[in-house]
Design a protein around this ligand. Structure first.
Ligand code: UT7
Length: 326
């Protein structure tokens, strides 16, 4: 028995914010954003659209690709840092919208590493016979927590959602080949949303000080991200004994093209193996890897039986890699 991906889907809101749009908002330039991050544009959800709405659209597309109904799903996991509400969880909104009447579910908070963590859970759950198909969503409305007066962060983030359905299959070769997951709270201050939780509940002051938006020490985060992601990639390659040259695709979290290229360089990934779409969407946190997966399947860059390495890094710090045969 193996576990494979049966369907993927994504949802990208229509509205585009280009680098040139930012030139009218903060002291920045298309040239700076392109050369420092590789981002050209990002998509922004309309005010009335939530992360849950985007997750639902992505989930429906994944169900359609898989040829499944909502009632076939045993578990719904939504990785997000921008849930619709503190409670109820966003997973329950997805569950009811797709009619997953036989599922349990929850939200997973691991920032940009959400999909890497979710995959670990999905592969573990599917070892148990009572779970048949698991729906993973990564959904973010980062525009709802972005300070559009802070040039250090506002140019980086975008909105979107991706979904992946995994299930058991007869092919013993399909499944998780290796994983390497980490969490380390030593650096919790370098990337955070300072207010709005029980530590600093919302007050007029926290709103005025824009403490409900992303605060990031970019340079520090950059260095930690490259080291952590390269380390996790090496760990899964070592554990599995897979040669990096035999991977069909390497799908890194899309935060910054320079981070992606630095990691790829350290583990000797060829250009044709590297999946990059940060130019189109910016950093969509937990949504970035499932959006990439969906694009990779739909474009034929990833096909059943291929080996893919996914790797991410995010606030927490959280980071990790998954090496799978899809
Ligand atoms: O999703 C996972 C977590 N996030 C990440 O992985 C992101 C990690 N960090 C990064 O991607 C990069 O550090 C940034 C893109 C955020 C910044 O790039 P950098 O090469 O590290 O630039 P820097 O922070 O060293 O800033 C260089 C200069 C600074 O000016 P001074 O102090 O040298 O005068 C910044 O104020 O660039 C300035 N700067 C900008 N200039 C124009 C920062 N943002 C901008 C901007 N436009 N948007």
């Amino acid at each position: 028995m193996g576990v494979r991906i049966f369907g993927t889907g994504s949802y990208i809101p229509e509205k585009v914010l280009t680098n040139f749009d930012f030139q009218n908002m903060v002291d920045t330039s298309d040239e700076w954003i392109r050369t420092r991050t590789g981002i050209v544009e990002r998509h922004i959800a309309p005010p009335e659209m939530s992360s849950g709405d985007m997750a639902i659209s992505a989930a429906r597309r994944a169900l359609a690709m898989a040829g499944l109904q909502g009632s076939d799903i045993s578990a719904v996991i939504v990785a997000t840092t921008t849930p619709d509400h503190v409670f109820p969880n966003t997973a329950s909104l997805v569950q009811v919208a797709i009619g997953a009447e036989n599922a349990f579910g929850f939200d997973l908070s691991a920032a940009c590493s959400g999909m890497i963590y979710s995959l670990e859970l999905a592969y573990s759950l599917l070892l148990q016979k009572k779970y048949r198909y698991v729906l993973l969503c990564g959904a973010e409305k980062l525009s709802s927590i972005t300070n559009y007066e802070d040039r250090n962060t506002c140019v980086l983030f975008g909105d979107g959602a991706g979904a992946v359905i995994l299930g058991r299959c007869d092919d013993d070769n399909s499944g998780q080949l290796a994983s390497d997951l980490h969490i380390n709270g030593d650096y919790e201050d370098i990337l955070k949303l300072p207010a709005g939780g029980s530590r600093n509940p919302a007050t007029h002051e926290t709103v005025e000080q824009k403490r409900h938006t992303i605060h990031m020490q970019g340079k520090e985060t950059f260095k930690l991200a490259v080291n952590a992601m390269a380390g996790a990639c090496k760990a899964v390659l070592d554990e599995s004994g897979v040669d990096v040259g035999d991977l069909k695709l390497v799908i890194p979290h899309q935060a910054n093209k320079r981070i992606i290229e630095a990691v790829a360089h350290r583990i000797n990934v060829r250009d044709d193996q590297l999946f990059i779409n940060v130019d189109k969407y910016g950093n969509t946190s937990a949504a970035s890897i499932p959006i990439c997966l969906d694009e990779a399947f739909r474009s034929g860059r990833l096909q059943r039986g291929d080996m893919a390495l996914m790797v991410a890094f995010g606030a927490g710090l959280t980071w990790g890699a998954q090496l799978i045969r899809v």
